[in-house]
Each structure stands twice: as structure tokens, then as C-alpha cells.
Ligand binder design. Sequence first.
Ligand code: PMV
Length: 317
Amino acid sequence: MDSMASAPGKAILFGEHAVVYGKPAIALAINKRATITIKESHKDYTSIKSDNIGLEAIISPETGLKLKKGEIGILNYILKALEFYHDSKPIKIKLEIEIPIGAGLGSSAAVTVATIAALDKYHKRKTTLPSIAKRAHKVELEVQGAASPLDTSISTHGGLIYLNGEKKIDQIKGDLKDSLVIGYTQSEDTAKMVKLVKERMERHPTIINHIMDAIAHTTKKAKKALETNDKECLGELMNINQGLLDAIGVNTRSLSDMIYTSREAGALGSKITGAGGGGSIIAYSPNRTGKIIETLKRKGYNAMKADPSKKGVIIEH
Ligand code: PMV
């Protein structure tokens, strides 16, 4: 029997970078998923295949890993999960992924979470969400060297999340259905962007500290705007957050262009989502996402609708 599990990507709505300095952030699971299917194999090697990202690899006891097609990138997370949570028995792994890879939208966390959950099913292990989230974070740490538990936690649990300054994660209310558009390009290394902000902070501590405080106020007010469904306020707060992200040095010309293009096409608010320096933007346009997507695409950008996903990891039974 196949063992199948899927997990969602994520987008940060408010508070990126400030969260590194103990400020709150708001993030959500999006309805773009990574799905892992595991089958028994009668060959003497394990195969990993993804048609939609053109990836093919085999692992055999004699020759080790052989990458036949595609890039190693996301495969590293599957390999590490196998190393930790599988024995050496040959299996066939299929990855289907709707989340753009390397755009700061949590593709690696989703692949890791789905792989661990599918392996738990395959090995008939009793599993829990906290255990999946914890092990997925361990895999991300091993592969990346550093990783916040935010991506793996959202991917496992789903929903709309408020991360308070003390790293406590709370589900919050908010109606974001039919409202969000993500425009994306290849992202810059998150660690590099965090370092860049740190250096600016060291050159101008008083100013940047005040900006981080202003981002924190914006995030707290956004939580209230979400809970009361105050759309105009939420959009305006996104635009304020964007101005502050620009001030700490993570904006680029193309991100800015996507942001202003969305606003001109009717978005109530739009901003960078994630580390910036490349990567993605998020635009808020209740019931008018189609127009924003069409306008961004006409200008040559990648864009997709992103509905929130209440569900985190799903293990098929
Ligand atoms: O682009 P992402 O999804 O890696 O988001 C990075 C968010 C930062 O606040 C910039 C870094 C972090 O670890 O929180």
C-alpha cells in the first residue's frame, strides 16, 4: 500500500526580520502543498522522483547517491529525513510540489514535514503533530546549519499563526480567503539578508531599533485588524510594514515594482514576504485577486493566488 502525506508552504504576513530581534510576527500556511508518496521497491536501490520539478535520483548501498536529473537543493531534505527516520530498505519516493522552490515560501519545510509524516505511515509508527514538527526542525537545522522552527511548525500545524516575542506560537482568527496574491522570484539567502540587517543595525542602532519597534507595533495592530476583519486597516498596515522593511535595507527594484504594480491594480496593501533581497511579495486584495495576478503576469512576474490552509500536514489513510 502507498504511504502518502502532504504539507503546506507558508507566507509571512507581518514582522519578518523584526522577529529575529524578539518582536512578534504573523504567518500563515498557504494552500500550496508538497506531497510525498512512498511505495515499496523490489529493486536493490531507493529512487526519488519528482516530475514537476524534473528531479530524479537513486541511492544504492554500493554506489551511494546518484543524481540523474535536476538539482540537489530540495533533495537534501528528503535525504536527511531518510537518514534519520528510515532504515536502509529500498523504497520508491515520489514528490509532487505546488510551492515555488527557493522563493521564501517554505518549500523545504513542507517537503521535510511531508517526508517525515509519510515515513511514519510507511513504518506504521504512532505519530503526533508536535513530534513531526520537532523532527522536521531537526532536519532543517542539519541541512541548513541554522533555521527557525517557524516554517516547520506552520507547515505541520497549518492555520494563521501569531508568534509572540517569546517564540510562543498562537493560532489567531482572520478571514483571508480569496484575498492574497503572492508574486515571486528566486530568493536571496535568508542568512545573508539577516546579516545585512544586523550590519545596518550596528551602524545605526538607535534608528534601526526604533524601526524594529515600529514593525512590532504594526504587527500587533495587524493582529487586531485581522481579528475584527478591518480590511482597510490591514492593507494600510501592510504598506507601513513595507516602508519599514525598505528602511532596513531588504527591498529591491523588482520587489518594489511588484509591490507598486499590485497596489495600482487595486490591492489594499502589499509588501515583501520573507527575507527580501529577491524572493516574494504578498498583496492583499479581498475578492479581487484575479486582477492583481493578471497585472503582475502581464509585466512578466510569476504570481499565484494563496488561500490560507487551516490544515497542516495531512496523512492519507
Ligand atoms: O524568507 P524566509 O521564509 O526564509 O523568511 C525569513 C524570515 C526572517 O525573519 C528574515 C528570518 C527568520 O529567521 O525569521
